[in-house]
Write a protein that binds this ligand. Structure first.
Ligand code: PRP
Length: 209
């Protein structure tokens, strides 16, 4: 993985300059990404190339199976929509929204609150959880235990990012886009104070943000 600095993609260069002039004219620099972005960790071509590889592998692994992609809101949304376009076998999608538990209590409990449950039962279905990032692992540990009780035919995990050195609970991860260092990342579904999920790349936040 390259830790490129600056604006690698032409589209992003255009958006970046537009946002700079908009910021100047509207005096809203506080909300401009360049104020928070230290560097681009994974650029758009790298992301899309790896997602294509994952989609191809999943299409082979699940051929002939009743595949359900289960996206964990909100961060997994961009990854899901790009990944499913690279999957060439029939499949369905569903969404699970969970609460972001208090950071201070993560190590002690890891309890996650379900905000939006799945629309349909998953018994006898092949469930592939699609997540943006695994950090401590507490969220997915809770979700997989919850879903396993519903007796799916199988349950696997596909994460775009794996901050492996932060893992506090051992969970099996079947598909990984990128193993990343322990830095605060945002973009491509991941938020910074609920903003910037729309960025087409994964960026590292400036320290202190
Ligand atoms: C992020 C991410 C995972 C979780 C991973 O969600 O999407 O669900 O944190 O952390 P963990 O491995 O330490 O449990 P977040 O709480 O930021 O919510 P969001 O997806 O709605 O932004």
């Amino acid at each position: 993985m390259a830790n490129g600095r600056g604006c690698e993609s032409a589209r992003w260069q255009i958006a970046y300059s537009q946002s700079r002039s908009l910021a100047t004219s509207c005096h809203r620099r506080k909300f401009m990404v360049q104020d928070y972005l230290e560097k681009i960790l994974i650029d758009e071509p790298q992301l899309q190339a790896r997602i294509k590889e994952l989609g191809q592998q999943i299409s082979v692994d699940y051929v002939g199976k009743d595949l359900l992609l289960l996206c964990i809101l909100k961060g997994g949304v961009l990854f899901l929509t790009d990944l499913m376009r690279q999957i060439t076998i029939p499949h369905e999608i569903d969404f699970l929204a969970v609460s972001s538990y208090d950071k201070g209590t993560r190590a002690s409990s890891g309890v996650v609150r379900i905000l939006k449950d799945l629309d349909n039962p998953i018994n006898n279905r092949h469930v592939l959880i699609v997540e943006d990032i695994i950090d401590s692992g507490f969220t997915l540990d809770y979700i997989t235990r919850l879903l396993t009780a519903r007796q799916p035919a199988s349950i696997r995990i596909c994460t775009l990012l794996d901050k492996h050195e932060r893992r506090a609970v051992d969970i099996p991860v079947d598909y990984v886009g990128f193993v990343i260092p322990n830095e605060y990342v945002f973009g491509y579904g991941l938020d910074l104070d609920q903003k910037f999920r729309n960025l087409p790349f994964i960026g590292v936040a400036k320290s202190g943000e």
